[in-house]
Design a protein around this ligand. Sequence first.
Ligand code: SF4
Ligand code: SF4
Length: 483
Amino acid sequence: MRLPSVDGDATPPTLTRSRYNYFARRGDRWIGYNARVGTIALLAKDVAEALQGDGPPSEIRGVDELVDLGFLHFSDELDQIFATYDAARNTSALHLTIAPTLECNFACPYCFQNSYRNNRSMSPEVQRATLAFVGARIAEGRRDVVLDWYGGEPLLAKDIVLAMTPDIRREVEGAGGTLEQVRIVTNGSLLDASTSKELRDVGVSCAQVSLDALQYVEGEKRGALGTNGDLSPILANAIEAAKFLDVTLRINVSAENKNDIPSIIAVLRTHGLARRYYLARVDDFANESSSVRRQTGSPAAVRSRLHLPIVQVTSGTRPGTQYEDQSASSNKRQSVGPRRTIARGMYAKMEQDILAQPETFQQLLNKLTPKKHFCSATSGAMFVIDADGDISRCWESAGVKSDAIGNVLAGDQWRKEKSVDAKWAAYHPLAYSACASCRVLPLCMGGCSYPRVIMDATNPECTSIKRQIEFCVDQVAKRLNLP
Ligand code: SF4
Ligand code: SF4
């Protein structure tokens, strides 16, 4: 057995079973999966049983290999996850999200932007300042760039998207960076064939189109079918767009459409889109978050050496923080409403049924791939720039003045002196006892951080993998052709 090196008089670390091990049995064979390393391994019966037992780990056959695969470990696994999270807060990546307008031609009742939507689009002055901001970030060393066009509905400002995409590429490349990918998030209503071709010609390669109903209702429901049972304009566009762009279809799942999901998927299958869709639960941060108590005493010992405050859920709850009215006409954030969301357990089960289909095997594997951060908002790489030039860290913050960390119009002085950026930088999923003790932490990394950072929420935004992990491992075992 190989022992790790130890400095001076320090106590040698003890060999321990990983808390992130999962097992699935197939006859005499066992599949082992470790969520921290992301390994899937065929294990001999005696090894699998010993890993699940409580005998001395050092007596398990093949210790060195099991350490490499993550099933056993010497040091603190949370330290290792902490190190991975910190190392991924890099300064070489730039994830730009630009909302050229917050205007939208649909009025989805659950949209988190409804309370501060406006019809402004990015002025030439803001466009120039955005390009200068991008150039300055590249000059700082953020060379690997991804650009997402976002809104509102970004195709209501199509001219800006078409003009700025090559401008941004020139700015990035002129400053020594690489524009690796350009994507667009759209409701699809304006994504016809000629627009898709125009987008492709300026370098956009991917489009995410959202659906939220079976029946299409102009301006209200992003349905898959039109009134006569033919394709809705959105789905017809998506099919045409797929000739030019890599199109993915996001199906927003709410209490209102939950019974229609199988029918929506059936339509997608009929039209050859079976491998392009995925489900996403409509969240309601305002109602699902909770009160906060930052605790610095015991059990902070759990993470005390990481110098992190431990945040625990209190027994009493209060409604989630609402945004203060920042102007008479806008910026008042509304709750999506508990009647529009479905319970996390119900959603996880629904998604699980989808994951049982062969067409979603890649999604299943993606779920079992360890993450460094849940999204770019916490990595420090993401800058969301809205039509007013306000810069924020998160897609939820586009158009929300109080979430802004600066404005591109301020040039070199873009960063607000006092901003929420310090809260984003201070956020760490391991500071929350629910996450630090969670057995799917490496796959979830604390979920969406927005409610914790901006709303002081304490209820974890648990992703569905928490309820599906055993199922997913079992599915992988089922689909592997065991020798
Ligand atoms: S923090 Fe949450 S809402 Fe914000 S960009 Fe990340 S996943 Fe989206
Ligand atoms: S948010 Fe929930 S599922 Fe994710 S790591 Fe935290 S406790 Fe686990």
